[in-house]
Every structure is written in structure tokens, then in C-alpha cells.
Ligand binder design. Structure first.
Ligand SMILES: O=C(O)C1=C[C@@H](OP(=O)(O)O)[C@@H](O)[C@H](O)C1
Ligand SMILES: C=C(OP(=O)(O)O)C(=O)O
Length: 405
């Protein structure tokens, strides 16, 4: 593999193997924070090599005053709350893109409960300077729910340590709800109860307990294997350890893919993906599973499925502006993505054929992984392949395992 790009030869099938997916970085980063708040000594099992997970581990153990989260959104948001509540003095920074990803909503909420935080460069964005915590009597706050659920999860995890607990009243549309539920599930495992109903989250004051924890395989990572099966002529794959009752909302991909040509059966080994029928139109609201949007858009674009998407708002503030990146890259093989009255229309490629398709990845792991399965239709060159390290460092090795790459 050259460092600049990886060339995926054209093929229409791949070998049926058992794939061990990396553990979910979302679940891992919650478990690591809560485990640290519990002053836990027990083991967290199945932590992956994903850069976001490894960055969290490294920074939780770092003595340095300047902590660099690189491009890890959860690490930035969760550590902000963690460092504040544990009364630390640190500067949190990240990549150039991280400095464009807003954090003001979280900082304002933390300040209202007693955190001392200031901006080092631009108001509302990292880097931020955390200078300890002076407890207040505040037990109830308001917080916007429509920008990033990570701000909400970050506050939830520290809330049990507050003298009066915390009631969070969410305002506006609430996005990425399953990630809020995931936070509650991890907190519960470490002995802290909380409730989320309608737009109110209530967390009483309580102590976390030490516990062992085993991280589930990553359902968002599974989506790229669904895409490979969907675009293949007749391939199947087994994804080890995947369960439909996971605490990850992205497990919904197995249901989504029922409409896009992939059938799933669950057995002791995991999920078995096989080819199925599909229809030529599809509609979906990605409000609660934004990380699946790129996977689904590429599958529809390449399979001739005309689609209508909503809930793409949060994609603009992720690793890149994912809507823009999708528009440019999908157009390279004749598909189009455009907005009409707040609905995104995906016009599939009328003739998805090419000699050599070159895909730019915009420092976004999901751009690389979502477009790679196009090798089922023709030769694809993916730029900056090591971008996958953020969540799935073994991605290209797994491709090689099944005879691709
Ligand atoms: O809490 C989490 O682990 C995440 C929440 C989502 O972000 P938003 O809440 O910003 O949509 C998701 O896109 C991200 O990959 C991980
Ligand atoms: C958006 C993502 O991650 P984060 O926000 O944690 O950087 C992602 O992994 O797709």
C-alpha cells in the first residue's frame, strides 16, 4: 500500500470469511471515562486499536498540561466534562478540523454548573483552557439537543458526581438519541442510574462502582461490510460477535439493508450477511444514526436506487462537511446529491461504470470506508488510506483477508 493511496482492483465478489470487527469507539470512550470516574481497577475488555480509543486512554493517563485529542470528537467533548468536574487545570486542543467543530454549548453548560473554562483561540471552539471547578447549587439546566448529542453525553457522565445531581432539559429537536441511551447504558453498568424521557434527562447524585466491562463490536464499522455484500454479485460474509440487541443505535443498519439488498441472520458466531432482493427507491431519516449516511448514500448511488434523505444536518460539523464531500465524490461516477425543501435527493448513477475511480477522503475515515466497496463495480483508488485508523485500523487488512486489495 502506498501511503498516498490504495488501489482496489475491480471484482464482483469476495471470499466468504469471518471478520472480527474492531470494538465500538463510542462505547469504549464512555466506558473509559466512567471507569476513570469510578476510579476503577477492573479490566475493560476488548478495547480496540482505534485511534480515538487509544487517544482517550493516553490522555486519561497523561500528566502534561496540554492534551491533544487529534480528530476525536468524543474524546474532546467527554474529556472537557471529565477534566472540569475532576477539578483539573489543562488545555485541550486538536487538529485544524477539531478547531472548527463547535464546543460552546457544552462549555456554557459546564460553566453554569461551576466549571472554569475559557477559549484559547476562537470563542466557541477548541482549544479550550480548563481551570478547575467551584461547585454551585445549580441542579437543573437547559441545553440544545440539535447540534451534537456528545455534549449531552459528556454532561450526563459527570452528573452523578454533582452534589444535587442534574436535570437536563433538552431544547429543540434531539439528534443522535441512541447515543444518549448508550451513555445511560454504560453508566448503569457502572452502578449509576439515570432517566431519559421525552426531552428531560434526570441523573441523581450517586457513586459509580468499579466493574469489568466488555466493549461490543462496532456496528458502524459493520455497515461497510453490508455495503460490500449489497454491491457484490453474490457474496456473503460473517461478522463475528455482532448482536441485534447491541447498545449502539447504528445496529439499525441491518434493518436498513433489508431494503437495500442484504439479508441478516444472527447465530452464535455473529451476523451472517447474504444477498437479498431490493427495490429501486428508498427514504430514510438519519437524525439518529448520522454515521450511516455515507454508507447508505454510496450503496443507493451505485445500485440505481433513487433515495430521499433527511436528518443530515449534523454531517456538516463532523470530521469534514460530509454532505459536501459526498456531493463531490458521488458526482465522480455520475450520481448526484442535492437539497430540495430540506430533503436531500440522491439521484443514482445512470451507468455506474468507470476505468479508474479516484476517491478523495477529506481526512474522514468514513469517506474512505464508505467508498471502498465500489470496487465491486470497478477499479477504485482511495486516497489517504490510513485515515481509517480513527475507528477501524484493520480495515484494509480485512479487505485483503477476503481477497480485496
Ligand atoms: O456519542 C458518540 O459516540 C457519537 C455521537 C454522534 O455524534 P453527534 O451526537 O455529534 O451526532 C456520532 O456521529 C459520533 O460518531 C459518535
Ligand atoms: C463523527 C464521528 O466521530 P467523532 O464525532 O467522535 O469525531 C465519526 O466517527 O463518524
Amino acid at each position: 500500500m502506498s501511503e498516498e493511496s490504495i488501489l482496489l482492483p475491480s471484482t464482483s465478489n469476495f471470499d466468504p470469511k469471518i471478520i472480527q470487527l474492531p470494538a465500538s469507539k463510542s462505547v469504549a470512550n464512555r466506558a473509559l471515562i466512567v471507569h476513570a470516574l469510578a476510579k476503577g481497577k477492573s479490566e475493560i475488555k476488548n478495547l480496540s486499536e482505534a485511534r480515538d480509543t487509544q487517544t482517550m486512554i493516553r490522555l486519561l493517563h497523561s500528566d502534561s498540561e496540554l492534551l491533544d485529542v487529534l480528530d476525536a470528537g468524543t474524546t474532546m467533548r467527554f474529556l472537557t466534562a471529565f477534566l472540569a468536574i475532576t477539578n483539573q487545570h489543562k488545555i485541550l486542543t486538536g487538529t485544524a478540523r477539531m478547531k472548527e467543530r463547535p464546543i460552546g454549548i457544552l462549555v456554557d453548560s459546564l460553566k453554569s454548573i461551576g466549571a472554569k473554562i475559557s477559549y484559547v483561540e476562537r470563542e466557541g471552539f477548541p482549544p479550550i483552557k480548563i481551570e478547575g471547578f467551584a461547585a454551585t447549587e445549580v441542579k437543573e439546566i437547559k441545553m440544545r439537543g440539535d447540534v451534537s448529542s456528545q455534549y449531552i453525553s459528556a454532561l450526563m457522565m459527570v452528573a452523578p458526581l454533582l452534589k444535587g445531581g442534574l436535570k437536563i432539559n433538552l431544547e429543540g429537536k434531539i439528534g443522535s438519541k441512541p447515543y444518549i441511551e448508550m451513555t445511560l447504558a454504560v453508566m448503569k453498568h457502572f452502578g449509576a442510574a439515570g432517566e431519559f424521557s421525552a426531552n428531560v434527562i434526570s441523573i441523581p447524585p450517586q457513586k459509580y462502582k468499579d466493574a469489568t466491562y466488555s466493549i461490543e463490536p462496532d456496528w458502524s464499522a459493520a455497515s461497510y461490510w453490508y455495503s460490500l455484500v449489497a454491491l457484490s454479485k453474490n457474496s456473503s460474509i460473517t461478522l463475528a460477535g455482532l448482536k441485534p440487541d447491541a447498545i449502539q443505535g447504528d445496529s439499525v443498519i441491518w434493518k436498513i439493508m433489508q431494503s437495500l439488498g442484504v439479508n441478516t441472520t444472527f447465530n452464535e458466531e455473529g451476523a451472517v450477511l447474504t444477498k437479498a432482493e431490493y427495490s429501486n427507491s428508498f427514504e430514510y431519516d438519519f437524525t439518529h444514526c448520522p454515521d450511516l449516511a455515507q454508507t447508505v448514500a454510496v450503496v443507493c448511488a451505485a445500485k440505481g436506487i433513487k433515495a430521499k434523505f433527511t436528518g443530515l444536518e449534523s454531517l456538516k460539523i463532523k470530521e469534514t462537511d460530509r454532505v459536501k464531500a459526498l456531493q463531490v465524490e458521488l458526482s465522480k461516477f455520475g450520481a448526484a446529491l442535492y437539497e430540495v425543501d430540506n430533503v436531500w435527493i440522491l439521484e443514482p448513477a445512470p451507468n455506474p461504470e468507470w476505468d479508474h475511480l479516484v476517491i478523495d477522503t477529506y481526512e474522514d475515515h468514513r469517506m474512505a470506508m464508505a467508498f471502498a466497496p465500489l470496487c465491486m463495480l470497478g477499479k477504485v483508488e482511495i486516497k489517504d488510506p490510513s485515515v481509517v485508523n480513527k475507528s477501524y485500523p484493520g480495515f484494509w487488512n480485512d479487505f485483503r483477508k477476503v481477497g480485496l486489495a
